[in-house]
Design a protein around this ligand. Sequence first.
Ligand code: PMP
Length: 363
Amino acid sequence: MTLPAIAPQPGIMEIALYEAGSSTLSGRSDVLKLSSNENPFGPSDKAREAVARAAHQMHRYPSTDHAALRAAIAEVHGLDLDRIICGVGSDEIIHFLCQAYAGPGTEVLFTEHGFLMYRISAMAAGATPVEARERERTTDIDALIAAATPATRLIFVANPNNPTGTMVDLSELERLARAVPQAILVIDAAYAEYVGGDYDGGAELATRLPNVVMTRTFSKLYGLGGLRVGWGYGPRPVIDVLNRIRGPFNLSNVALEGAEAAIRDRAHAEHARTENARLRGWLATALAERGVPSDSSCANFILARFADATTAEACDAALKADGIIVRRVASYGLPHCLRITIGDEASCRRVAHVIGQFMAGRG
Ligand code: PMP
């Protein structure tokens, strides 16, 4: 007997499946994966040890309030721990925000090359996703303000942006938050640690303004993409709302202990950050010398620009033939570009060499 198909909520079947970058190439064991902006140095040894210890406690339910991890985050960033919420990656914080603040009849706004989860979470909540035009290389605050309507409830801006790696000034984000007071501005600071200088990811804005939330992740600088830990920081009333829809045991013991040890290991984080900055500059210059310009990136990847989509596709194929996986970003509306994660020095040299050979072969 076949059961009758039960229809999902309206709009759900229009959601396009998220296509994550693949990590294998058939027939190759020496694959170099530069497609998911992972930390080439991996996690801190202290995080590995904490995870192994926590695994012995897997028969126990984890903490429900994440107090120890929130305390560590608060200490490292100089924030109020009562304004922090932890989630299964920052993806889950994005999801909580959409579930709590968006819904049928409301709009969720983001930029045209924005991170794909904004659209997915908005549609899952039944809201209408709205894309604002982007400038060629960076977020256009005026376009976001112009695209906002009285129905706008959430605005997502990744800063630095993925996949361009570029960023806008915090004063511009403040202008946006003030211009659209009916919406929460979510500053997605997944790549904030790579910026350097005094960039705080929007923490000070989220402390001062009632409609700004910052999201962060352990998946990038801390090398814990596989553990799935992210966090949000914002006004107390917003964090209170999000906690009401959070599952009591959303993070495992292993994830909580690993993330806490990772954020406390400042030396490992600093090494990953400085190496990334050095190699990002090196790779951008090396590619430019080989005829491939890239945007000025503040993150742990660069967006290499080719003459057209066909050239980008052919270069991607040449890289794959050499066992290197980078990210095609056609689904972000950038078919003529390839997003390349900054690996360690040997990886950067290898990718520059293959792209150099590819470009020489065309010229
Ligand atoms: N925001 C941006 C801009 C990202 O690029 C990513 C990861 N691809 C995320 C959020 C989500 O990261 P995670 O769920 O691993 O914390």
